[in-house]
Ligand binder design. Structure first.
Ligand code: HEC
Ligand code: HEC
Ligand code: HEC
Length: 498
């Protein structure tokens, strides 16, 4: 920090003037005061935009923004870059305009097109003023790391043809700055800027078409995400967050859990930990306000039913008093049916009875009756968007990966069972949990668990990838790009005529 503030002062106050200022202590302090304020503004923006999510390797805070984080995209592994001010390995030599172009348009000073794993389509809205503060922070508030990320991106043909991204950008992105709409309140505008641009919620929550571009008319309506599922967060009462109170949304973003609604695991837990827990309450409330105003989309069948879950009739899954007894009975029965060799062991290796697995692995925290502990520290499985959802993704992934999250109100963890449990065992315990406490219609096969474990379903574009289909895909992209370019030109011409 010492050196960074010093270098900023040097930049602001060139040459001999610095000497003069050093003598006029009061003024020197004023200069520092300004730079400090702008640095913390830049830091806040970097937090809100969650640059660290992808550019800081998890659990390596000492390597902040050093890159090397591998994003398992459906098209292959994409490795993030070093964005520290290192001259040789980072962005130290970049001007503000070059930095802004990379962040907003995904094009580096060398003319290299970035993959949209870097969410430049959302960041294109970042205002000039905020971009300046971000740039200042990355140049003067971040320590340089003089080494390249350990891996580099190496996608299969045709996806390694980065120039294809130029066509993709032309088709699917608008390079437009955020502006307050007519009649829009200050609060809604602030919420929209945070949700749409900085915090890029749509990157995870909006479904994508076959070209991996967001479906605009299903904005925030829910999307699969490497085995997880980012649920519908439009204002829809049943499938979205229409039934959440503003304060519940604020608490969820800040702490990562809301009793009776759900908890943030996986990528959402990371977003809470790296980004949302640092946001001001005013900003969080503005985001909640804006989310409530996003047009409700009923969404696909993957979305969770209302509070605490429920069946198609809308009846919530009610807590059952005899649930603990039922589970005990099922456990006793299963034990009797076990082969002798297995009954002797305490770890039940290879055993695939859901009730037994639940009793031995989950009940210590979530209780035999599934109601969790009274203080809600260990949550009820009756009131969780993971157990009640019509898609098993988040339930399966929570069991496989566990939870490890730091929110504004503390740290919380649930163990991961992915290493010890086979796909059959995960399927068994998930089906038991869903049947007893959540959505009984779920029927998870070991095959499904294996797919989710391996990062979820591949989109069409990835399954198509390869020599044979590359040529038509490229042809179609170029054709579409030309159509859009012509449409744009016509629109510009029409505007000019007016
Ligand atoms: C969701 C993940 C993600 C987030 C969030 C993200 N980035 Fe990136 N960024 C990437 C990836 C991945 C690359 C490399 C892409 C490639 O190689 O095509 C990248 C590349 C870049 C580059 C180009 C670096 C170079 O040397 O080519 C810059 C600059 C950059 N990011 C800045 C930022 C800033 C600033 C933020 C926050 C405002 C940010 N990124 C947030 C994933 C992300
Ligand atoms: C990196 C991907 C990612 C980003 C970015 C992201 N989310 Fe999420 N979100 C998820 C996933 C995955 C879940 C499901 C988590 C779970 O159930 O454990 C989720 C869950 C939620 C939920 C709970 C919904 C429910 O029905 O339980 C809300 C609300 C939410 N996100 C809001 C937001 C908002 C608002 C933003 C932007 C400020 C955002 N998310 C950004 C991935 C993301
Ligand atoms: C050591 C205690 C512990 C054990 C054992 C445990 N859990 Fe959890 N579980 C937790 C905690 C803590 C949370 C998260 C609470 C929070 O985020 O506020 C949680 C959350 C969950 C959720 C909600 C996830 C979401 O995304 O909404 C589900 C579902 C769940 N556990 C299922 C299970 C199952 C099934 C097992 C057994 C295979 C299990 N848990 C074992 C402590 C535990």
């Amino acid at each position: 920090m010492e050196t960074s503030v010093f270098s900023l002062r040097r930049r602001l106050v060139p040459g001999g003037l610095a000497l003069l200022l050093a003598m006029l202590a009061g003024q020197a302090e004023a200069a520092d005061g300004v730079s400090q304020a702008s640095l913390s503004r830049g830091e806040y923006l970097a937090r809100a935009a969650d640059c660290a999510a992808c550019h800081t390797p998890p659990d390596h805070e000492e390597d902040a923004f050093g890159g090397g984080y591998v994003i398992a995209s459906p098209l292959g592994d994409i490795v993030s870059s070093n964005i520290t001010p290192s001259e040789q390995f980072g962005i130290g030599g970049w001007s503000e305009a070059e930095f802004a172009r990379a962040v907003r348009e995904g094009v580096t000073p060398a003319g290299t097109h970035l993959y949209p794993a870097m969410p430049y389509d959302a960041y294109s809205g970042i205002t000039d003023e905020d971009m300046r503060a971000l740039y200042g922070y990355f140049m003067d508030g971040v320590a340089p790391i003089d080494r390249a990320p350990r891996r580099h991106t190496d996608l299969a043909f045709p996806f390694n043809q980065r120039w294809l991204m130029a066509a993709w950008n032309l088709l699917f992105t608008d390079d437009e700055r955020f502006a307050v709409r007519e009649g829009e309140s200050h609060v809604l505008a602030r919420g929209r800027y945070l949700v749409d641009n900085l915090a890029h919620c749509g990157t995870c929550h909006t479904p994508r078409n076959v070209f991996m571009a967001p479906e605009e008319d299903e904005y925030l309506a829910g999307a699969p995400l490497g085995g997880w599922y980012a649920p519908n967060i439009t204002a829809d009462e049943t499938n979205g967050i229409g039934g959440w109170r503003d304060q519940e949304l604020v608490d969820y973003l800040k702490n990562g859990h809301v009793t009776g609604k759900g908890v943030a695991a996986g990528p959402m837990a990371e977003a809470v930990e790296n980004s949302f827990r640092f946001l001001d309450d005013d900003d969080l409330h503005a985001m909640a306000d804006y989310l409530k105003s996003v047009p409700a989309v009923a969404g696909s069948t993957h979305t969770p039913p209302q509070e605490g879950g429920g069946d198609a009739s809308g009846e919530p899954y009610a807590f059952q008093d005899d649930s603990a007894d039922k589970t005990k009975r099922a456990v006793r029965q299963a034990r009797r049916a076990l082969p002798e060799v297995m009954a002797d062991r305490s770890d039940f290796a290879g055993m695939t009875d859901g009730a037994l697995l639940y009793e031995s692995s989950c009940a210590s925290c979530h209780q035999l009756n599934g109601a969790g502990t009274e203080d809600h520290y260990y949550p009820s499985l009756y009131h969780s968007s993971a157990t009640a959802a019509s898609s098993p993704n988040n339930l399966v992934m929570t069991v496989l990966k566990g939870i490890d999250r730091r929110g504004a109100d503390g740290e919380i963890a649930m163990p991961a069972f992915g290493r010890d449990y086979s796909d059959e065992q995960v399927a068994a315990v998930v089906n038991f949990v869903a049947d007893r406490f959540g959505n009984p219609a779920l029927d998870v096969t070991a095959q499904r668990v294996a797919t989710l474990r391996a990062g979820g379903d591949k989109p069409l574009l990835a399954t198509l990838g390869g020599w044979l289909v590359a040529i038509p895909v490229v042809a179609v992209v170029v054709l579409l790009a030309m159509v859009r370019w012509r449409r744009r030109r016509r629109r510009t011409a029409a505007l000019a005529r007016r």
